[in-house]
Design a protein around this ligand. Structure first.
Ligand SMILES: CC(C)(COP(=O)(O)OP(=O)(O)OC[C@H]1O[C@@H](n2cnc3c(N)ncnc32)[C@H](O)[C@@H]1OP(=O)(O)O)[C@@H](O)C(=O)NCCC(=O)NCCS
Length: 198
């Protein structure tokens, strides 16, 4: 899943797609104490902070170092919101009391397809169905706004996310390799599966 040559490390990723022309499963009710937070401009920094909490020390923070630091997450959020196809209907947070614990953003690309940007649930809140709920909420938002298909990319080592996407009907359509500076990899992780040289 990880390749290294003399100057670069490559992480295997899948592009997964889902057709939205058929009916979608209903978005599950959130567990007691959790509430939906629709997009509003002033929430940009909150999305960035939740994104950081979700991705720090995860595999994708090595593949995309921006995800592993607060500044990087803030930059990413500004970039997502500035895109012409940014979709508030597919952009949500979940709150638990006064804290935010999950985030997802959606963008409609020029091709007309929807792209899930980053879905994340903070570590203490995982395994309660919030990731599933966030994805379905975003998919319904895309569908309501006339988007007929969505895609996302996932790192092959991210087993939990892969299972989640497959369960919702996403299928792998393409394999990609993301190049990462090996110094970044070495600095951020010591427990990756064995790498090998090509
Ligand atoms: C991937 C991620 C969003 C999943 O979030 P989550 O809230 O744990 O997702 P869910 O709870 O919906 O599903 C996870 C598991 O909990 C189980 N689950 C779902 N509802 C449940 C419930 N009500 N009670 C207990 N378990 C439940 C699911 O069956 C699933 O099990 P599985 O992984 O064995 O298939 C989360 O792990 C995460 O933020 N990871 C880091 C960021 C990341 O990698 N994002 C994806 C980038 S591509």
């Amino acid at each position: 899943m990880v390749f290294t040559d003399s100057s670069c490390t490559y992480f295997k990723r899948f592009r997964m797609e889902l057709n939205l022309q058929g009916p979608l499963p209903t978005t599950p009710a959130l567990p007691t104490g959790f509430t939906w937070v629709p997009w509003q401009d002033w929430l940009l920094e909150r999305h960035a902070e939740v994104k950081y909490q979700c991705f720090v020390e995860q595999i994708d923070a090595i593949v995309f170092p921006n995800l592993g630091c607060r500044d990087g997450c803030l930059r990413l959020m500004h970039e997502i919101v500035a895109k012409p196809g940014f979709k508030p209907e597919a952009t949500w947070m979940i709150a638990c009391g006064s804290d935010y614990c999950g985030t997802i953003q959606g963008v409609r690309e020029r091709s007309g397809k929807g792209a899930i940007q980053n879905v994340g649930v903070a570590p203490a809140f995982r395994g309660k169905g919030l990731g599933t709920a966030l994805l379905l909420k975003a998919l319904h938002g895309f569908q309501r706004s006339g988007v007929h298909g969505v895609h996302l990319e996932v790192t092959a080592q991210n087993d939990g996310a892969l299972r989640l996407y497959r369960r919702l009907g996403f299928r792998c359509r393409k394999t990609l390799y993301k190049m990462v500076d090996p110094l970044v990899v070495a600095a951020s992780c010591t427990s990756l599966e064995p790498s090998w040289t090509i």
